[in-house]
Design a protein around this ligand. Structure first.
Ligand code: PHE
Length: 337
């Protein structure tokens, strides 16, 4: 029996130091000290020995058991010291490289929106907001677009019920503000708008910024002046713009503003479809019919309004040719701004 004990010790002595993982340590523990472990089985045979011998062998077996346990524990500590557990316990390698944290940046649309807002705040405008889930009344009716008016087809509307829709433009904010406040007003209203449309230049959700000004003696000249200032600040001093007659039910007269194509500088290309010009916004003098919905006296007050697509001007400013890039959160795209 003594020689069997020695044999076990020799084996353990060579196995324990070569263990490399905590699993291996646990396997060795089971092999010697488990329910069917070699040392456990040997201890079971003790009862068959004569009392004297039993005492001596019993003592040596216990010593061996403690020795194996101590060595296993020691080895386990060593292994843990090298892993994450070790870090927690304060063993760490101060020469290792740290993980670099990635710093985010402002989304290009937010950036453009903030820039536009800043320009108009600089001209004395105040920021207002309205709901994205809107009543037909504010989105259409009070903007002089009655039911069955053909202008409703210009915008593919998402209907929630017959009367509740996702707003198709930011113009309903004009009505909400004018209902509550008396002139003079100088407001911009940025926000999300929704149209049932999707391709490289259209997204079912996009951003607009509305602007309007109501006071005594506001003229088309004021509208031109403000929008010219804006274009020159946003796109640069050397960018030409033109006012092209247009139609909106809530403005009269109406105009769309075009800027000289930022890609070809006017000679004609694919982006401007050969015209040399790019449309950036709709605008006009607020129609007296709109004033009558909000109970403003059109003899006393006049005003202008304009509405601009944020994605559109962001695409033109940065030469982005697919609107979907703004929403896909591809870091390779977002990191460029
Ligand atoms: N709401 C119009 C649109 O979305 C833009 C516009 C706003 C036109 C204000 C005139 C005045 O197309």
């Amino acid at each position: 029996m003594k020689s069997r004990l020695q044999e076990i010790k020799n084996k353990a002595e060579s196995e324990i130091p070569s263990a490399k993982t905590e699993d291996e340590i646990s396997d060795i523990r089971i092999k010697y000290l488990g329910r069917k472990g070699t040392l456990t089985l040997l201890l079971k045979d003790l009862s068959s020995l004569p009392p004297d011998e039993r005492k001596e062998i019993g003592k040596s077996s216990n010593e061996l058991k403690n020795w194996i346990e101590d060595n296993l524990n020691q080895k386990q500590k060593e292994i843990k010291g090298k892993g994450v557990e070790g870090l927690k316990k304060g063993f760490f390698d101060i020469t290792l490289h740290g993980k670099q944290t990635v710093i985010g940046n402002i989304h290009p649309l937010t950036k453009v929106l903030n820039e536009v807002i800043d320009i108009f705040i600089g001209m004395g405008f105040t920021v207002a907001e309205g709901p994205e889930i809107e009543l037909d009344y504010y989105n259409f009716e009070a903007l002089n677009i009655p039911k069955d008016h053909p202008a409703r087809d210009m915008q593919d509307t998402f209907y929630i019920t017959d009367d509740v829709i996702l707003r198709t433009h930011t113009s309903p904010v004009q009505i909400r503000i004018m209902e509550k406040c008396s002139p003079p007003l100088k407001i911009i209203a940025p926000g999300k708008v929704y149209r049932c449309d999707a391709d490289v230049t259209h997204s079912p959700m996009f951003h607009q910024i509305e602007g309007f000004m109501v006071d005594r003696d506001i003229t088309f000249g004021d509208l031109k002046g403000i929008l010219e200032l804006f274009v020159h600040q946003f796109f640069g001093k050397d960018i030409d713009l033109r006012f092209r007659p247009s139609f909106f039910p809530f403005t009269e007269p109406s105009a769309e503003v075009d800027i000289r194509c930022v890609i070809c500088k006017g000679s004609g290309c694919r982006v401007c479809k050969g015209t040399g010009w790019l449309e950036i916004l709709g605008s006009g003098m607020i129609d007296p019919a709109v004033f009558s919905y909000v109970k403003y006296n059109p003899e006393e007050w006049t005003g202008f309004a304009f509405g601009m697509g944020i994605e559109r001007i962001a695409m033109l400013k940065y030469g982005v040719d697919d609107i979907r890039l703004f929403y896909e959160n591809d870091l390779r795209f977002l990191k460029q701004f």
